[in-house]
Design a protein around this ligand. Structure first.
Ligand SMILES: *[C@@H]1O[C@H](CO)[C@@H](O)[C@H](O)[C@H]1NC(C)=O
Ligand SMILES: *[C@@H]1O[C@H](CO)[C@@H](O)[C@H](O)[C@H]1NC(C)=O
Ligand SMILES: *[C@@H]1O[C@H](CO)[C@@H](O)[C@H](O)[C@H]1NC(C)=O
Ligand SMILES: *[C@@H]1O[C@H](CO)[C@@H](O)[C@H](O)[C@H]1NC(C)=O
Ligand SMILES: *[C@@H]1O[C@H](CO)[C@@H](O)[C@H](O)[C@H]1NC(C)=O
Ligand SMILES: *[C@@H]1O[C@H](CO)[C@@H](O)[C@H](O)[C@H]1NC(C)=O
Length: 288
């Protein structure tokens, strides 16, 4: 009896092992980061989901992260594709800060991706408009109100942050000049918009994480597709044109019940990936 039960529990454990194999996780970093910055996140995943194959991509590190986002999309795509091909049950993507926009570029333009959870970790999904330390460092002669002179030019668009610079007082110029965000959002005419929307909608879950004490993403609601109107009043995602028109699939995801928002106060921008409370509350459950 005892022996039989023992064998059976062993069999059960092994069957469970096979069934609960966690999908591989791919992590894409943000501006000025390297893969070393994600050691804590990697550790949290190891601890909660042992055996997960975690890849923190080490491309476009540090100053190379200023390269144009379409170029980064192509580079990261090449690195991600073989990982996807080896993952019959799909993969999860965690994309931090600027990396969240790179991931959207990948998901929109890769027709056969198998991403389940797309976790956007404090990423300026609706664009950026703020006088941050990054801006002071990169463009010491400029402030948010005049950076459009640089960003909305062909030369400016060769710098990643200009690809998603979204000046609410110069919407026409943004739509005319933004080579990246305005195209991804289909705010600018894009002959491939239908295909891109289909590609994007292959994801099973979109998780948008952000919070009021971020200090870099401005407005912080951009991490959840909220943004400034012409008076710098924040309009939340559900009242944004890109949501209402469902132009790239956001409203479809919402209607499907596959759009999760996770807001947390008390987290400064550089700590999102090393804060265990954030991991436990907003990330862990989507990595099965
Ligand atoms: C996570 O686990 C893998 C495999 O056991 C190990 O090689 C790696 O060093 C661990 N990483 C961290 C950050 O704990
Ligand atoms: C983890 O994934 C990478 C990329 O697909 C693969 O090369 C590697 O062999 C995998 N590692 C394990 C332990 O399965
Ligand atoms: C947008 O581009 C068109 C065509 O190049 C140009 O005629 C128009 O003046 C531009 N508008 C703005 C606001 O830059
Ligand atoms: C649309 O897709 C075609 C074929 O994949 C590509 O050559 C073209 O550059 C795409 N257009 C845009 C605006 O990305
Ligand atoms: C912005 O403020 C002006 C002046 O108060 C007002 O007329 C306008 O309607 C406001 N715009 C929006 C989008 O609320
Ligand atoms: C981690 O997040 C919690 C919850 O938002 C916050 O109270 C705490 O201050 C954060 N810790 C760090 C080091 O950012």
């Amino acid at each position: 009896m005892m022996k039989g039960a023992c064998v059976w529990s062993l069999v059960t454990v092994c069957v469970l092992c096979v069934c609960v194999a966690y999908k591989p996780v791919i992590i894409i970093h943000g501006l000025f980061d390297t893969s070393a910055d994600f050691i804590n996140l990697h550790r949290f995943i190891n601890l909660s989901h042992p055996g997960t194959n975690v890849t923190v991509l080490d491309l476009f590190d540090r100053s190379a992260s200023l390269q144009p986002l379409w170029k980064q999309v192509e580079g990261f795509k090449e690195a991600i594709y073989p990982i996807m091909q080896h993952a019959a049950d799909g993969v999860h993507l965690i994309c931090y800060s600027q990396g969240g926009l790179v991931c959207r570029g990948i998901l929109s333009t890769l027709p056969d991706h198998n991403v389940h959870s797309f976790i956007s970790l404090s990423a300026p999904q609706a664009g950026q408009y703020g006088d941050t330390d990054y801006l002071k460092y990169l463009f010491p002669q400029f402030v948010k109100s005049n950076l459009y002179h640089v960003c909305y030019t062909a030369v400016g668009q060769k710098i990643s942050i200009c690809n998603y610079w979204n000046d609410p007082h110069h919407r026409d110029m943004y739509i005319n000049s933004s080579d990246y965000l305005a195209i991804l959002n289909n705010e600018k005419e894009n002959p491939n918009s239908t295909a891109w929307k289909q590609n994007f909608l292959r994801i099973k879950k979109l998780v948008l994480i952000g919070g009021a004490d971020d200090g870099v993403i401005t407005p912080w609601q951009s991490s959840q597709f909220g943004f400034y109107d012409e008076n710098e009043t924040v309009v939340e995602m559900k009242n944004q044109k890109v949501f209402l028109t469902d132009i790239f699939g956001l409203k479809t995801l919402y209607a499907r019940g596959d759009l999760a928002l996770c807001s947390m106060a008390g987290v400064a921008h550089v700590f999102w990936h090393s804060n265990e409370t954030v991991y436990k509350t907003c990330i862990e459950k989507w990595l099965t």
